[in-house]
Design a protein around this ligand. Structure first.
Ligand SMILES: NC(=O)c1ccc[n+]([C@@H]2O[C@H](COP(=O)([O-])OP(=O)(O)OC[C@H]3O[C@@H](n4cnc5c(N)ncnc54)[C@H](OP(=O)(O)O)[C@@H]3O)[C@@H](O)[C@H]2O)c1
Length: 326
């Protein structure tokens, strides 16, 4: 296999998707032949492309219920690699991604597909409904890969997929920081105090604090995925680990950097569940499920994918916390 050349990013206008697109556009300075397009449900006349680092990617309108329309766009641009950074309501998310894959599989130039993982491993995160919805497409991708390998007549064009597992976004741990450029900490993500509220010196840690928190900076996720497109082959999973340590270890590290003790409450599953009012917003529901998942130890220890560990040097948590809280 050879590196990706013509890449479509579905959801490339989104929070993580935009970092992926910007990193791919940066890569064009060393790989000028790269062709990047962004798929979106709507294109505004005043924003019909994404420009970054002196290069641009057109934003092209697609309807995720219209597979033949998506197929036409992918064919027109001779796309070889589809990266999904889609999200959306639990009910529509899998349907949109599956339709994207159906369209891609009809395009002869397509040889790589990455579904929208970009978080804790969906196959270990049993507690998070939207992550469980990420599993059927992985199963289908495995079947497609096996079927295409079996029918490979020696053309040399194999089908590859990968699961980008990147942990939780480290940038959340800069929320409320006191720096004058503090908003820059978030990249295209929003500020959100996850477990730790360093601004107010408090933390609500799920479980006993021994469970792991695997974090990566959103900017490093974009860079990791961009460089992954230039690998000769894709394994079925590529992990990016900015940092992995227990929540108690993060507490100690933060206390040292902040120069003060945090007021910590350890919250039980029962407490988290008692807060899950059935009328909470989907985002709030997901946040509670993520806390349950963390407390249950569904996040595992891992290492950055070996073939990229010398190419992408992710920022570790200590460096990140010192940058925004030191
Ligand atoms: N590691 C973490 O801590 C973390 C945090 C957040 C997200 N994530 C993961 O990262 C991925 C992307 O999340 P994100 O927060 O970047 O997403 P997002 O910005 O909320 O959405 C990404 C894009 O999905 C498209 N979209 C939204 N609703 C849709 C729908 N109903 N049908 C089809 N497309 C729809 C939108 O693109 P258009 O409007 O342009 O069509 C949107 O820009 C997800 O897999 C998510 O689970 C991980």
């Amino acid at each position: 296999m050879s590196p990706s050349q013509r890449i479509a990013v579905a959801g490339g206008t989104g929070r993580i998707g935009l970092h992926i697109v910007e990193s791919l556009l940066s890569l064009k300075s060393t790989v000028p032949s790269l062709h990047i397009i962004v798929l979106s449900r709507s294109v505004k006349p005043e924003k019909s492309n994404i420009t970054f680092a002196g290069s641009s990617a057109p934003i092209i309108a697609v309807d995720y219920n219209d597979t033949s329309g998506i197929e036409s766009v992918l064919r027109e641009h001779n796309i070889d690699t589809v990266i999904s950074a889609l999200l959306g309501d639990v009910e529509v998310f899998d349907v949109a991604q599956q339709n994207l894959l159906t369209a891609a599989l009809n395009v002869p130039t397509i040889r790589r597909f990455a579904p929208s993982e970009l978080s804790i491993d969906s196959e270990t995160a049993d507690s998070v409904t939207i992550y469980v919805k990420k599993r059927p497409i992985l199963q289908r991708l495995r079947e497609v890969k096996a079927a295409r390998s079996a029918s490979d007549s020696g053309s040399g064009v194999r089908f590859e997929y990968t699961k980008f597992v990147t942990g939780t976004i480290m940038n959340y741990l800069a929320s409320g920081n006191p720096k004058s450029s503090g908003e820059d900490a978030h990249g295209h993500m929003f500020a959100y105090k996850l477990i730790f509220d360093f601004e107010n010196g408090t933390a609500e840690i799920p479980g006993d604090g021994q469970a792991l928190l695997w974090t990566s900076r959103i900017q490093d996720i974009g860079e990791f995925i961009a460089h992954a497109t230039q690998l000769d082959g894709w394994p079925e999973q590529m992990d990016l680990v900015g940092d992995v340590r227990s929540m108690n270890e993060i507490r100690c590290l933060a206390e040292e950097i902040l120069g003060k003790k945090l007021q910590v409450t350890y919250i039980s599953e029962e407490t988290i569940q008692s807060r899950m009012d059935p009328n909470v917003t989907p985002l709030a529901k997901m946040a509670f499920e993520v806390l349950l998942s963390f407390g249950r130890g569904e996040m595992k220890r891992s290492k950055t994918y070996a073939s990229l560990k010398d190419v992408v040097k992710p920022v570790g948590l200590e460096e990140f916390l010192r940058m925004w809280w030191g």
